[in-house]
Write a protein that binds this ligand. Sequence first.
Ligand code: NAD
Length: 280
Amino acid sequence: MTDTAAAVRGKVVAITGGARGIGLATATALHRLGAHVAIGDIDEQAVRASGKSLGLDVYATLDVTDPDSFEAFLDEVQTRLGPVDVLVNNAGIMPVGLIADEPDAVTRRILDINTYGVIVGTKAAVRRMLPRGRGHVINVSSMAGETYTAGLSTYCASKYAVIGFTESVRVEHRGSGLDFSLMLPSFVNTELTAGTKGIRGFRNAEPEDIAAGILSLIARPRPKLRVSRVFGAAVVAQKFLPRRVGEALTRLLGGEHVFTDDVDPVQRRAYEERARAQGD
Ligand code: NAD
């Protein structure tokens, strides 16, 4: 058995947004290795279908923007599986487009789900974990939380906020026995990126790559992990370049158009409709 397998076996792990994409890939990998996994998602049909097909004991409807819904989810996990060892705050949406065209309701929804939902979940988990003196919260931000991109302004804002929040909570709990980690994925082939082309010269990651990263964080908690490594290295390198050079490079790789005029509206439509309406 690998170190990761041994570390995750028997752990109670709750994953938000677990009906599909990165959340589902993470649930699948953990379940396979003998963790006790619960998934929560606002998409009732999808979470039921995924939970059943994986054979999970707990799959529930969850709206991360509603503290009562989050508490009810964690209560159910605790009752059925035991106290939560790891909470993965993964639920998120990414409507794209020019800021001038973004309806206020969409702006609020992005911040509500991607930022407020992570804060709600972290608080709920911390309150349960502190008395036990152990537990691990993994917040899924994005490399969009360390860079900036046209057509993605509110999403970037929401993911930057998750980084500041998680780092602060981590130092606030130094010595408490609790761990806090950030997972920063690059482009990943899920419905969230439907109809987009990615950055020229970089291969998109698969949800399983991000799942493997989350498992490695559970096995060995660290403050921050970027996946893919290559994309992560490029993001870090850009921080050291003069602004004009970094932005020129991004333009050269097509970065200015990825979430604006290069989006395929037909391939993108179903995702945009789902994400913009989620929670209505
Ligand atoms: P996805 O759309 O495949 O899955 C996200 C899930 O979250 C969906 O099942 C959706 O129903 C659920 N969800 C949405 N609102 C919710 C709410 N209010 N409460 C509970 N669940 C809710 O997306 P994904 O690509 O798997 O993304 C997962 C996370 O990874 C997101 O936070 C996203 O921002 C982040 N991320 C994704 C990429 C990428 O390229 N796919 C890159 C970086 C970061």
